[in-house]
Design a protein around this ligand. Structure first.
Ligand SMILES: NC(=O)c1ccc[n+]([C@@H]2O[C@H](COP(=O)([O-])OP(=O)(O)OC[C@H]3O[C@@H](n4cnc5c(N)ncnc54)[C@H](OP(=O)(O)O)[C@@H]3O)[C@@H](O)[C@H]2O)c1
Length: 296
């Protein structure tokens, strides 16, 4: 009975992995803060993997609060840099494949064209720096035979305090909707990312070498956050919501604590060509997602 251990429990990706249909006989065990009780030490993680009888590990845990990370670099580093390093060592020791998730924020956004996996990262924020350290720890864990890293961008779902959830909360409350129009990326539906990770995981368990390495995976449409907000509000209007007008602002006007890349569109050519995987455009799931958020 193949057992997948997912690190992370309540987050978007962890919940999407749980919600997927897995081949018969596969089981999933999710371990987040509740079961690990904040202990991310090597001994404990190794014990968890042994006790669960893990066949493969997916790391869906991360410190994703990009602005807070600027004032909590140690907490961000513990989750984004040290946890992948510890997991890589544990997986190497137990000879388990490790599938890890990372971010477009490892790039500085200056390229002006979609980023490929061989482009040099240059993170602008503590979040991006610590995520890059996590990637490097996995890549450089020499004894780890099988690993994959999927870099995604702008991951959204109805779980947690995501961009569409926050936007619709403000829209319902009649608050001002000011959204940056000069940061471009590709929103990725969390369930889509989960499906790609599942596919990579299953192929690693089948011993497929092409499923190892660094991959970019994101939604098929590029847009600004403002353009994304327009689409979310258009979907919300179909349900009868009458939101306040949307105002475009610049990154400089927003003056957020963390710097973000202005253009972090990822090229997904590698994962498409080597594994036949491609993400859908965000628009295809937006009506359902918006209805689900508004139904709460
Ligand atoms: N969100 C985005 O926009 C975005 C964009 C690009 C890439 N990514 C990447 O995608 C991946 C998934 O992100 P997400 O959006 O699903 O994040 P999320 O919704 O913020 O969830 C964070 C996850 O981390 C777990 N976690 C936090 N502290 C933990 C601890 N001390 N011990 C164990 N687990 C802990 C949480 O589990 P519990 O709450 O159950 O403890 C939760 O499952 C991450 O690698 C992230 O860097 C995200």
């Amino acid at each position: 009975m193949p057992k997948i251990v997912v690190i992370g429990e309540s987050g978007q990706l962890a919940q999407s992995l749980r919600a997927l249909h897995w081949p018969s006989g596969f089981t999933l065990a999710l371990h987040g803060r509740r079961s690990l009780k904040g202990n991310l030490e090597a001994d404990l993680l190794r014990d968890v993997l042994r006790t669960e009888g893990a066949h493969l590990v997916v790391n869906a845990a991360a410190y994703t609060a990009v602005d807070h990370a600027e004032s909590e670099p140690q907490a961000a580093s513990a989750l984004n840099a040290r946890l992948p390093q510890t997991l890589a060592a544990a997986c190497a020791e137990l000879d388990l494949p490790l599938v890890h998730s990372s971010t477009d924020y490892v790039f500085d956004g200056q390229k002006g064209a979609p980023y490929v996996e061989t482009d040099a990262p240059n993170p602008l924020s503590v979040y991006g720096q610590t995520k890059l350290q996590g990637e490097r720890a996995i890549e450089q864990a020499g004894a780890l035979r099988r690993w994959a890293i999927l870099r995604a961008s702008w991951v959204v779902s109805e779980v947690g305090d995501t961009f569409p959830v926050k936007l619709l909360r403000r829209a319902r409350a009649g608050e001002a909707l000011r959204v940056v129009n000069d940061q471009w990326g590709c929103p990725t539906v969390a369930s889509d990312l989960a499906r790609a990770i599942q596919e990579v995981a299953l192929r690693q368990l089948d011993g497929e070498g092409a499923a190892c390495g660094l991959f970019h995976f994101c939604g098929a449409s590029d847009m600004s956050w403002y353009g994304f907000a327009e689409r979310v509000l258009a979907a919300a209007k179909k349900t009868g919501l009458k939101p306040p007008p949307l105002q475009a602002i610049t990154t400089a006007e927003l003056n957020a604590p963390a710097r973000r890349p202005l253009y972090s569109v990822l090229s997904c050519a590698r994962i498409r060509q080597s594994l036949g995987l491609s993400a859908v455009a965000i628009e295809s799931d937006l009506d359902r997602m918006v209805r689900s958020i508004l139904a709460r």
